[in-house]
Design a protein around this ligand. Structure first.
Ligand code: MG
Length: 370
């Protein structure tokens, strides 16, 4: 099964509720879809979202870097040599983690199709049913409480609450949500780099004192503030998780060696796809640390790759935050991984199992070789 061509398309799905974090506001899931064609007619799908304020990737940037630099090295190569392919994808250019992720997801999809097995089984096997949390966007307290109620009514029992734009309001938000929902759901907080280390300690000590039990607090401080993460972890009981501070396996080793965090949030858009996400899961095992598998609001193609990984690496990846498709008004992808409220169901079809995709808009000049 040899790589023959790569095509690019757009896939846009409106969100039920606009997604707000301390860093950005989004009202669509808007993916760049990477379609790898092979000489035998099999097609592999991958996708990535544009996240300029997080990874620096834009759709146009991803297309250029793939067409100009990575694709020429992949042409004619055999899918069975998956390690060679992922090595080329990872090492041809620095950065560009979302472009690499979209390509790797498509390559792994084809790898499954080559051996006629679902990806999670090729990666070591696991459960076909997973359960995700849901994100509650940062907003005024009443709106956040009504969003939490809606989520609980839909069957979610883990809420990932976005805060981080005002310390005192944030503490009030968390107290109110805890008072209303602690008996119905586990709470995770994502501060999205919105606090300083000292503010975080102050906030968490205050919350711990008030009896608020949080499953974890994600990325309270700036991504490069590793000392800040350690300062916090040394002073609070609540488990601390790195998100924007943990892109690469080297960063994960550094964080865990220092004892700066308890948990690592793996996202394919940060690791550049599955190969390094697998490495990170293996590294955390050596430190008895746990992982979350997260997303950047990609649609269900990329999310399927993440779900297959989470199933195969369930020993390490004990927390699942793959709610992107659940936040969309509909899922344009048929077959493959089914996202139904908190339930994620992996199919046993080969690769990612995608049968068809509605509403794919092929991009003009979006084919390589031209
Ligand atoms: Mg996060």
């Amino acid at each position: 099964m040899k790589i023959k061509a790569i095509r690019f398309a757009k896939l846009k799905v409106p969100l039920v509720t606009p997604f707000k974090t301390a860093l950005r506001e989004v009202s669509f899931i808007e993916d760049l879809v990477v379609i790898i064609e092979t000489h035998c007619g099999q097609i592999g799908y991958g996708s990535a979202a544009s996240t300029p304020v997080i990874t620096g990737d834009t759709h146009q940037g991803m297309i250029s870097v793939i067409k100009q630099f990575i694709a020429p090295k992949l042409l004619g190569l055999e899918i069975e040599n998956i390690n060679q392919l992922t090595h080329i994808i990872q090492t041809t250019v620095v950065g560009n983690s979302s472009a690499k992720a979209a390509l790797e997801i498509a390559v792994y999809d084809l790898w499954g199709k080559l051996y006629k097995a679902p990806l999670y089984k090729l990666l070591g096997g696991g459960q076909s049913e997973l359960k995700t949390d849901i994100t509650i966007s940062v907003d005024n307290i009443d709106k956040m409480l009504s969003d939490c109620q809606l989520a609980v009514d839909q069957g979610f029992d883990v809420l990932k609450v976005k805060i981080g734009n005002n310390l005192n309001q944030d503490i009030e938000r968390v107290k109110a949500i805890y008072a209303g929902f602690a008996s119905k759901a586990l709470l995770r907080l994502d501060v999205n780099q919105g606090w300083s280390a000292k503010q975080t300690v102050q906030a968490l000590q205050q919350l711990e004192h008030a009896g608020v039990v949080l499953e974890l607090v994600e990325q309270p401080v700036k991504s490069n503030d590793i000392q800040g993460l350690k300062y916090i972890t040394d002073r609070v009981n609540t488990p601390i998780m790195a998100d924007e501070s943990a892109f690469s396996p080297q960063q994960v080793i550094q964080l865990l060696e220092l004892g700066a965090v308890d948990i690592i949030n793996i996202k394919l858009m940060k690791t550049g796809g599955l190969s390094r996400a697998i490495e990170i899961a293996n590294i955390t095992a050596q430190y008895q640390a746990q992982c979350m598998i997260g997303c950047m609001l990609e649609g269900s193609i990329a999310m399927a790759g993440a779900a297959h990984l989470a199933s195969a690496k369930a020993q390490q990846i004990s927390k699942i935050d793959l709610d992107g498709p659940a936040l969309g008004q509909y899922d344009p992808v048929q077959g493959g991984v089914e996202f139904n409220g908190p339930q994620i169901t992996l199919s046993d079809a080969p690769g990612l199992g995608i049968e068809s995709i509605n509403g794919l808009e092929l991009i003009t000049n979006g084919v390589w070789p031209e």
